[in-house]
Design a protein around this ligand. Structure first.
Ligand code: KG4
Ligand code: ZN
Length: 342
């Protein structure tokens, strides 16, 4: 039996979780996420300095809550996994240093985890899927397609050449005066809008290269919004619906390129898996578009539950466990420096 304490502090969520591995079957005993959204809302985005301070204040309590909820004490933990990057340096220092202190005091092993690896491996915890598979990671900081071949074996096949998709949602919301975080606000407003009223661009659609681009979309929204100002509620709903329509069309077109490449790379796999992860995966219109795409191309869409799609520490604990099992732990974990870019 192996119990892992996971710690995640790379952005604006202070999170801790305990997972328990019993002979290959892993259970999430606790998964505590303390969101700093309220602290950042007034600024329309994450303020690094505020985030770092908030992690310092919250982390001890969040770890205690995760242990309590799991019904275990620190001595009953077998290893600690903490996000070591990429992310905001202040938060990374807080989380990784706390993890090092716990590891040093208890003599338990520490596994520094790449945040993206956490997102990449989550579907193996929730759905038990086998390697290889394709991962679409869509969050506030990342938009990429990764060919996941094994633990520690990742190839980036596509990424955004400008804004991340979550960032495009957040910026669009901000310029329409909708509350932060923008994704859920835009999705909600779009529900009552007309997706055909504005013909926003579909960046890179139809191009052979597999990458993404979203900044032109945001610029088009800005132009439309200023031409119409002052905006009525209907205008905002229509802009959001048209924006989301453009996003789902572009996204499907771009993802399709990589699905084709996966087919060519693995002709022997009958029904390959496309895993979607990251906060934007909460968007229902995007899930539906990906579902349709997978139906058409013979892939199966794996979308982990929303609380495991966004940032959380269970995914970090799980990635730590996968690394330990694959004997890919760090020899000098206590000397491992946080990596804001990784
Ligand atoms: O993965 P995540 O929790 O944090 C990181 O960025 O790592 O993702 C947060 C992002 C934000 O940009 C937020 O606006 C977006 O995910 N998001 C959404 C939705 N819910 C969250 N975007 C579109 N539709 C949603 N329903
Ligand atoms: Zn993330």
């Amino acid at each position: 039996m192996t119990r892992i304490l996971g710690i995640e502090t790379s952005c604006d969520e202070t999170a801790a979780a305990v997972i328990d591995d019993r002979g290959g079957k892993t259970e999430i005993l606790s998964n505590v996420v303390f969101s700093q959204i309220a602290d950042h809302a007034a600024f329309g985005g994450v303020v690094p300095e505020i985030a770092a301070r908030a992690h310092v204040e919250a982390l001890d309590g969040v770890i205690k809550a995760a242990l309590d909820e799991a019904g275990v004490t620190l001595t009953e933990i077998d290893a600690i996994a903490a996000t070591a990057g990429p992310g905001l340096i202040g938060g990374l220092i807080v989380g990784l240093t706390t993890a090092k202190a716990i590891a040093a005091a208890s003599g338990k092993p520490l596994v520094p985890v790449n945040h993206l690896e956490g997102h990449a491996l989550t579907a193996r915890l929730t759905d038990g899927i086998e390697f290889p598979y394709l991962l679409l990671l869509v969050s506030g900081g990342h938009t990429q397609i990764v060919h996941v071949e094994g633990v520690g074996r990742y190839q980036r096949w596509a990424s955004t050449i400008d804004d991340a998709l979550g960032e495009a949602f957040d910026k669009t919301a901000k310029l329409l005066g909708l509350p932060y975080p923008g994704g859920p606000s835009v999705e909600k407003a779009a529900a009552g809008g007309n997706p055909k009223r504005f013909a926003f661009p579909r960046p890179l659609k139809g191009e052979a290269r597999p990458d993404f681009s979203f900044s032109g979309l945001k610029t088009a929204v800005r132009r439309e919004a200023s031409a119409l100002a002052p905006l009525g509620e209907d205008d905002i709903a229509d802009i959001c619906a048209s924006f989301q329509q453009a996003v789902t069309e572009t996204l499907s077109d771009r993802v399709k390129r990589s699905l084709e490449r996966f087919r060519e790379t693995h002709p022997d796999i009958e029904t390959p898996a496309l895993v979607v992860a990251g906060g934007v995966a909460a968007n229902q219109a995007i899930r539906t578009a990906l579902d349709t795409l997978c139906d058409k191309t013979g892939f199966r869409l794996i979308a982990p539950p929303i609380r495991l799609c966004g940032d959380n520490a269970a995914m970090i604990a799980w990635a730590g466990l996968e690394r330990l099992k694959a004997e890919l732990g760090e020899d000098d974990a206590l000397g491992f420096a946080p990596r804001p870019r990784w």
